[in-house]
Ligand binder design. Structure first.
Ligand SMILES: N[C@@H](CCC(=O)N[C@@H](CS)C(=O)NCC(=O)O)C(=O)O
Length: 239
């Protein structure tokens, strides 16, 4: 059994897609990041960086194995099951390259765009523009790649696709009215939109998306102090 420490967020959805794809039994343990569950000693023993997702694989060789960072979790599950990551050679390098592109670029820039578009409020135009521009640049990189191959790593669907898909879906749903380039315009449109449709034809992807949508955000019940702690501002800002 795998325990998945979770909140209703894109980084967790990546792992859920993989778990649904490979069919390993798992159980969800909700973490209320707005109330600070991620800062407890028990959680920090699993992830000293205080973020979800985290998994604990109870059936790992040598005893229960905790893994944090969504890309590391995807690699762990791929190696455990022998699926969605070739064992060696160029094909493996391609998957790891696009997986790390996601983890080092699309993920962080998208997180900052959410922050400045949704939470930071007035007076942050420079930062909003900076992250919008960076996400647009990354969309162009994805568009260029997917114009030439059906999936990010080439001919085959892989953990790199599972990593990149959730942010693209979230942005289409959440911000495409305010930021038009984030809109997915269906089968006739961009290579990115066609890739999304291709991924969504997989029953495991649709299942994971539907299950994940049942997880409700704790944000509406967060107090101003909870928000300050979460964003590292006010009394929680570094001095
Ligand atoms: N690079 C990390 C990012 C994880 C991350 O940012 N998780 C967010 C939710 S999507 C979180 O736990 N935030 C809590 C916090 O920042 O205190 C990964 O890919 O796993």
């Amino acid at each position: 059994m795998i325990d998945l420490y979770a909140s209703p967020t894109p980084n967790v959805l990546k792992v859920r897609i993989m778990l649904e794809e490979v069919g390993l039994p798992y159980r969800l343990l909700p973490i209320n990041v707005w109330k600070g569950d991620q800062f407890t000693d028990a959680f920090k023993a699993l992830n000293p960086n205080s973020k979800v997702p985290v998994i604990v694989d109870a059936d790992a060789e040598g005893g229960p194995c905790p893994v944090f960072e969504s890309a590391a979790i995807l690699i762990y599950l791929a190696e455990k099951t022998g699926r969605f990551l070739p064992a060696a050679g160029r094909a493996r390098t391609q998957v790891l390259q696009w997986l790390l592109f996601q983890a080092a670029n699309q993920g962080p820039a998208s997180g900052q765009l959410v922050h400045f578009q949704r939470y930071a409020g007035p007076g942050n135009d420079y930062s909003l523009s900076r992250y919008k521009t960076e996400v647009k640049r990354l969309y162009d990189v994805l568009e260029g790649r997917l114009s030439g191959t059906p999936y990010l790593a080439g001919e085959d669907y892989s953990i790199a696709d599972m990593a990149a898909l959730p942010w693209v879906l979230l942005f289409d749903r959440m911000f495409s009215e305010a930021i038009p380039f984030l809109k997915l315009d269906g089968d006739g449109g961009t290579a990115l939109a066609r890739w999304v449709s291709r991924c969504r034809q997989r029953p495991a992807v649709e299942r994971a998306i539907a299950l994940h949508a049942e997880l409700k955000s704790d944000m509406p019940t967060a107090t101003e102090d909870d928000r300050d702690r979460f964003f590292g501002r006010g009394a929680y800002a570094a001095r």
